[in-house]
Design a protein around this ligand. Structure first.
Ligand code: PFF
Length: 448
């Protein structure tokens, strides 16, 4: 059998994992959640969830992938042969495809807006006009589909080249640029007169705003932001060498993802407040509010270009990691070439993406459980597949996998000098705390 593709260094693995984690969630949701859930008070809760609860889950996903060196389905087949656990791997494939079905549509919008920024289309500072520009763009039939094809096509172009020559090379090229640009915009935002209000909105602790919902929001965001439960970490980890330190690499991914989210907050909120606008989240923030601000800001047209480059890179590196999940599955379980599996995924995802895209316009009346296709894919992936997949994963690692295998993989067969108490704590969290918290949060969401 041909040698399996792999990442060439720790830096490469890290950059690819950070690329997967840093995405639209960091840019259009995190800053808003922080601001409306008590500023620094929310950040403390979020940090707790990221590092105490979610990082051990990331370790678990990493460990399964690295130990088996297989796609998500094959991984469970290898670790629990003859059982139904391989369904967990299949759920990851479905989950990643579901996220891609709406994520790639938004990815298309980022290209659309990058083109608009480069051709200086944000000349009006009339927010109403910018809002209708956005609604018209996304609800039309062909324009968003063309951009969707471009976005998915680019994603496939990187993935078809393989792990080392595609994913690794691309991530190494764009991720440093992403960080440089976001820092530059953050500095510029802080220099605007009146920016202090935005800084206060983000960082002033207000414990009176902390409610049960704050915890729900923080955990949901931590899961989504770290890309837990979609099989992306597991798939990337399957290309990682046995010498890599799982605990260090996974923790650094969390550190950089959080750092990026905080810098993104500083890039966005001070500017929003400096222009006296009320903050919002989601597509409205990045496609309406920010262009409105760029139109009024000195040097705004250049900043608009930089911002949409950031949005595009953040979206595409996440999409690449998502696409690799079904691609690796088809390639290895059905013995296909990479080219063939990428082609099949392209057409399947394009079909789902077109449905999501049209549900913003002509198909908006078509609803399942009261949700249009776009919202359905969003809801199903975040609330059903990612949470369910995450839960099954920790149950597998905590209850089905042998404890010695867990310890063995975390310490690279005992060659890494990791403190035993640390590994015991992580194991305890994976086995007892994580499943209970995920179930409690799921019940709380259903009640809500
Ligand atoms: N972590 C990405 C974000 O914050 O936008 C989204 C994401 C990527 C979720 C990859 C899940 C995934 F597998």
């Amino acid at each position: 059998m041909a040698k399996r593709d792999s990442f060439s260094s720790r830096f490469a693995v890290l950059v690819a994992l950070i690329g997967s984690a840093v995405g639209l969630g960091n840019l259009w949701r995190f800053p808003y959640l922080v601001g409306t859930n008590g500023g620094a008070a929310f950040i403390i809760i979020y940090l707790f969830f990221v590092f105490v609860l979610c990082t051990p889950i990331v370790f678990s996903e990493f460990l399964v992938g690295r130990r088996t060196q297989c796609n998500t389905f094959g991984a469970f087949k290898k670790l629990a042969p003859g059982t139904k656990w391989n369904w967990v791997g299949l759920i990851a494939v479905i989950s990643a495809s579901c996220v891609l079905a709406f994520y790639s549509v938004v990815g298309g919008w980022t290209i659309d807006y990058l083109v608009k920024a480069v051709t200086f289309r944000f000349t009006t500072s009339d927010q109403g006009q910018l809002a209708s520009m956005f609604t018209d763009s996304v609800s039309s039939v062909w324009e968003p589909i063309i951009y969707l094809v471009a976005f998915l096509g680019l994603t496939c172009f990187v993935v078809v080249k393989g792990v080392k020559d595609g994913i690794e090379k691309f991530s190494k090229m764009v991720m440093p640029l992403l960080f440089v640009l976001v820092v530059a915009i953050a500095v510029n935002s802080l220099l605007l007169p009146g920016s202090q209000k935005g800084v206060d909105f983000l960082f002033k602790p207000d414990f009176s705003k902390v409610t049960a919902e704050t915890f729900l929001n923080a955990l949901g965001q931590a899961f989504f932001s770290l890309s837990i439960g979609c099989g992306t970490i597991m798939t990337y980890a399957s290309y990682v060498s046995k010498k890599e330190n799982i605990a260090v690499t996974s923790s650094l991914t969390g550190v950089f993802d959080t750092l990026f989210a905080l810098i993104a907050g500083v890039a966005i909120m001070p500017a929003v407040f400096a222009f006296g606008i009320s903050p919002s989240e989601g597509p409205g923030l990045v496609f309406i509010t920010l262009p409105h601000i760029f139109a009024q800001m000195p040097g705004g047209s250049v900043i608009a270009i930089a911002f949409f480059v950031i949005l595009f890179i953040a979206a595409i590196t996440s999409s690449i990691s998502l696409l690799e999940v079904p691609v690796a599955y088809l390639k290895e379980e059905f013995n296909m070439s990479r080219g063939k599996s990428v082609t099949i995924c392209f057409f399947l995802l394009l079909g789902l993406g077109v449905l999501s895209s049209l549900s913003q316009g002509v198909l908006s009346y078509f609803k399942i459980f009261g949700l249009n296709f776009f919202d359905l894919f969003d809801f199903m992936s975040a609330n059903v597949f990612m949470t369910g997949g995450g839960l099954l994963l920790v149950l597998f690692v905590g209850w089905k996998l042998k404890k010695e295998d867990f310890m063995d993989e975390m310490s690279n067969g005992g060659t890494l000098k990791i403190k035993r108490w640390f590994l015991e704590c992580v194991y305890f969290i994976v086995k007892y705390v994580a499943p209970l918290v995920i179930i409690a949060i799921a019940i709380a969401s259903i009640i809500k």
